[in-house]
Design a protein around this ligand. Structure first.
Ligand code: PLP
Length: 309
């Protein structure tokens, strides 16, 4: 649920530039990860804006690819999660390739050009190393991959598929700094989206504080109020007002208290993300990942897109 008082801007030009940079640097295929509605940014809009610099897309399940109508980009979409349908014709019709983990799934979905997901240590969804040979023996698999966060996962993938001739991939954003992980393709998500989301609201009240303030009775010299709260996903953390760093001090259901400067007045903008407020500093305050910050912030208000070029 978004707040009517928060403006969210998604810079599609920046996402495009970040994916182009990844492609230039790695010189391998780039599959842009647009699962969970492109981390809340809008999968249909993101995919259309970046289709010319990527080789395909990744989603978690079939329904996401259909909802965003990713086939209209002309690029294939890889499903990363377990198959939710065994209808090979349905996948083919929409340029979608399922990920399989067993011999039975590989055979049933043969016509949909399935990829083989291999468990190299995450211990969920993938085909166990010991069973890889039997799935590859079906001859239904052209592409193999693993979800890895460390180089040892990459090494395990290579060892488990040494006889495989087709493309192999492992790297999400966390491994992009390791050239040895790039193999034949990379699957960036957060690396494409960092810095692309700006969330802004405005001060609706400014007070010189008098005694304990708010629910918890916090102490402050001055405080401001904004119309965004935990109903919209907000938590205490950093923000900026008129270019100065401030804090979200206490969060209520649909409003929050913020620290302000003497010069700040009603109507001044409060930057919740972007322009000096980085995902990682919010993530530190929220004790969560940068992925979750982008997902929550992008749903916090009315979304507007800045188009590439
Ligand atoms: C989500 C996901 C990615 C992208 O992860 P980031 O950390 O956002 O780059 C890549 N591969 C798989 C299998 C995933 O589930």
């Amino acid at each position: 649920m978004g707040s009517a008082h928060v403006a969210v801007t998604v810079d599609l030009a920046r996402i495009h530039a970040q994916l182009a940079e990844i492609r230039t640097r790695t010189k391998v295929r780039v599959y842009a990860v647009v699962k969970a509605d492109a981390y809340g940014l809008g999968a249909a809009a993101v995919a259309r804006a970046v289709a010319d610099v990527v080789d395909g897309f990744c989603v978690f399940d079939l329904a996401e690819a259909l909802a965003a109508d990713l086939a209209t980009t002309g690029k294939p979409t890889l499903v990363l999660g377990p198959p939710t349908s065994l209808d090979a014709a349905l996948y083919r019709r929409h340029l979608i390739r399922p990920a399989v983990a067993t011999r039975e799934q590989a055979e049933t979905l043969r016509e949909a050009a399935p990829t083989l997901c291999i468990d190299t240590g995450m211990q969920r969804f993938g085909c166990p190393r010991e069973r890889v040979a039997e799935v590859l023996a079906t001859d239904a698999i052209s592409e193999v991959w693993t979800h890895g966060t460390r180089l040892e996962h990459v090494d395990t993938l290579l060892a488990a598929t040494s006889a495989h001739r087709g493309p192999r991939h492992a790297a999400a954003s966390a491994l992009l700094a390791e050239p040895r992980s790039w193999l034949d393709a990379v699957r960036p998500g957060i690396a494409a989206y960092r810095g692309a989301v700006t969330a802004t609201t405005a001060l609706v009240e400014c007070h010189r504080s008098s005694g304990p303030v708010g629910y918890g009775g916090f102490a402050a010299e001055r405080h401001g109020v904004i119309l965004c709260g935990y109903a919209h996903g907000l938590r205490p953390g950093p923000c900026s007002i008129n270019g100065r760093p401030q804090r979200i001090l206490e969060v209520g259901m649909q409003s929050a208290y913020v620290s302000i400067d003497q010069a700040d007045t009603i109507g001044d903008g409060v930057r919740l993300l972007g322009g000096g407020i980085a995902e990682d500093s919010v993530a530190g305050a929220w004790r969560c990942s940068a992925h979750e910050v982008i997902l929550r912030m992008s749903g916090m208000g009315e979304r507007r897109y800045l188009q590439p070029r």
